[in-house]
Design a protein. Sequence first.
Length: 259
Amino acid sequence: MTIIHKSLPLLLAVVLPFTGCKSDKGPATSTANEQTKVAVATADPATLGTVEGNVRFSGKAPERVKIDMSQDPACTLSNAENRSEQYVVENGKLANVFVYIKSTPTNIKPAEGTQTATIDQKGCRFIPHVVALYRGGSVSFTNSDPTMHNVHTMPVQVGNRSVDVSEGPGGKPESVQFKDAENMLPVRCNNHPWMNAFVNISPTPFFAVTGTDGSFKIAGLPAGNYTIAFVHEKLGEQDLPVTITAQKSTTITTDFNKK
């Protein structure tokens, strides 16, 4: 089954993707197949299905702005990689979109790894730029740079605590638990104002973050009708209906655009 959705002019815009494999030169190309971890339903596996697809950017994407990192000699990314990350579009495909199923049956157990994520501070950037995890899980913040960094989380939900801590080179990782569902929770480094990342805390264990090819995949969903959400840090949220059929894959292609 294939559903192709064209978004209305803006703000319209499984299982866990943590794009942790990075080269020294910047973020590696990632796909949904590399990122998927499947939640476990207590229902008969024969009743489960999959949703997968692609997120596209329609029109001309905003140019990625070059970042001046000269204030700190330890920030040594190449010129090609010193670019803003608000809009990462390659071949019309949009990366860093948080995709999740809004509500699911209660007989679901989270897969191993759906409640953990790591954000590294490397090349004076947070890597990955966007992560997701199931509510109740924790993010480990590490520092691979030869300079002092800072982790400053700015949640809205009461159950997600704010931290503002410094991390020295090779220091002990800072682990932060996030108890409440929240989209695009900002993380900043007070020492380097261009550094930013986003943590997404999903209300269900069915979620992903699109890779550089714009793809995502949610597997192991009980057959039924759901709402799938697409969230981008600048372009807002789209919610679409999706029907999961047992032992089949439903494909959704959706577009974001910028006014």
